[in-house]
Design a protein around this ligand. Structure first.
Ligand code: 4AD
Length: 460
């Protein structure tokens, strides 16, 4: 059977599955005749009719083929993934039937654009919703996994979150800058640096754009960037990536409390923005039905109180050596997560000891054992933000380099900020994938990336 388009029908208007304004036919009333290009997502072949769920990146559409349309060679070899142009009338669903947006396309003509295999090579055989994403086959086939509803919904939310950050910063009059990825300085310790040859020199992939942001506030005012950061993490945890999207901002002429207020405001504003978009709110509802915007103000807790809290649990939550926590311990991922899950509220954890924090952090003037630093902890994920006030004084910074074994020569451009009109300033970095893991209820940050990078995985 060879199909031809019926020339007596109205000319089809090209549209997408996301267009909710198409006139629907009902009873004798004709709906609009449209042309929609997409791919077969689900296929149900019955005696009288073939039902296709079409995806095109904008939604799902139920399409019905009947009569000769179901009998062509193409129709008999339809498979998940087949790309196709469908022509037909959009109609309201009959009572009792359900399909996305309460409508279906009654197809009168189609053209297969790119066929997809069935059998061993079928998409359904390569990736399966039964398998979890740690499975090597699922990771190797990430390009096909991305066609699934879960993966694509997370990517839609990701896009909306990035845009919401950009909008919130713009509304606050922050300037966006784009610091380099190839650098010759470290920010967050030498152990997670990716080193690479750079002509005749050595360079690193940046761990954070912070130091560069600190050099931009003098002329641009408050600044932000959304760039990739790189960490050669040698552990395979569910919240560590080798390459991640880092939302970073730096604020000039502020005090520590201003920084905390700003971070809380940003998280609240971004959540509000994405939930106000019905399409995005829909994805979040599917992925994380119980998600609610967090209540303000967030709980604020000092590091030393967290140590007491961990020890006051029955039984106490122990440190990595299996002992009760003492002041100076790094609160490890497991303990931090348990605390956050038990408290079950966003927490701004502040005033970490100097010894366990980065060289650039400003000390608390009231207690020099600790820094003006903050981590934001979210139930289900743990830390999603790290930030601090920065050292202002030249001498103090030189001493910090010394303490950390950092060669001041490479950091002259960073040091110069203290020499030419220093100021009280601070900022933070938010891991976009961790934020998404929280909003989308993902077990791991890996499913929050288009193509995750972590130890042992650099493809596809
Ligand atoms: O706490 P971190 O290391 O802080 C900084 O890099 C600061 N220089 C940022 C700044 O002040 N501008 O990292 C900040 C956030 C973490 O809270 C976490 O959300 C994320 O970056 N992050 C990672 N996300 C995924 N994989 C990793 N390996 C990450 N390391 C940090």
């Amino acid at each position: 059977i060879v199909l031809t388009e019926d020339a007596s029908l109205p000319k089809a208007v090209r549209t997408t599955t996301g267009d909710k304004n198409i006139k629907l036919g009902e009873g004798d009333v004709k709906g609009a005749r449209v042309k929609i290009c997409g791919r077969i997502h689900r296929l149900r072949q019955q005696k009288q009719a073939t039902f296709i769920t079409l995806i095109d990146g904008y939604g799902h559409l139920q399409c019905v083929l009947t009569g000769d349309l179901t009998k062509t060679y193409d129709a008999l070899t339809f498979a998940q993934g087949t790309s196709i142009a469908l022509f037909g009338e959009m109609r309201k669903l009959p009572d009792g039937a359900t399909a996305p947006d309460g409508r279906e396309l009654q197809v009168d003509y189609y053209k297969v654009i790119g066929s997809a295999p069935s059998g061993d090579d079928a998409i359904t055989n390569k990736v399966s919703s039964e398998k979890n994403m740690w499975d090597a086959q699922m990771l190797d086939n990430r390009h096909l996994v991305l066609r699934g509803d879960n993966a694509s919904s997370v990517m839609k939310v990701r896009s909306a979150v990035e845009w919401a950050f950009a909008k919130a910063y713009k509304d606050l009059k922050f300037t966006k800058v784009s610091p380099p990825a190839l650098v010759q300085t470290q920010v967050e310790g030498g152990s997670t640096l990716f080193e690479l040859p750079y002509y005749d020199e050595k360079a690193y992939l940046t761990q954070s754009s912070q130091l560069y942001l600190e050099t931009a506030i003098q002329s641009l005012g408050n600044v932000y960037c959304i760039e990739k950061s790189f960490r050669a993490e040698k552990s395979l945890t569910r919240r560590h990536l080798a390459e991640y999207a880092h939302v970073e901002a730096e604020l000039d002429f502020i005090e520590f409390d201003d920084l905390l207020d700003h971070i809380e405001l940003m998280i609240g504003t971004v959540i509000e923005t994405i939930l106000a978009d019905p399409e995005i709110a829909g994805y979040i509802k599917e992925l994380n039905p119980d998600f609610k915007a967090p209540a303000h103000p967030f709980k604020r807790m000092r590091y030393s109180d967290a140590i007491d809290w961990l020890n006051a649990q029955d039984p106490p939550i122990l440190n990595e050596e299996g002992n009760p926590h003492v002041f100076g311990d790094d609160i490890a991922e497991a303990a931090e997560r348990r605390m956050t899950d038990i408290i079950n509220l966003p927490i701004l954890l502040t005033h970490f000891p100097t010894a366990i924090k980065a060289f650039y952090m400003k000390r608390d003037p009231n207690d020099p054992r600790v820094t003006e630093s903050v981590d934001v902890l979210m139930p289900g994920v743990g830390e999603i933000v790290g930030g601090s006030m920065r050292m202002e004084g030249y001498e103090e910074l030189m001493a910090a380099y010394e303490r950390e074994g950092i060669p001041p020569k490479e950091y002259y451009w960073y040091t110069d900020q203290r020499k030419y009109g220093t100021s009280p300033h601070g900022g933070y970095g938010l891991g976009l994938e961790r934020f998404l893991a929280w909003v989308c209820n993902q077990h791991s940050v890996r499913t929050c990336c288009l193509y995750p990078r972590f130890m042992g995985r650099c493809k596809p």
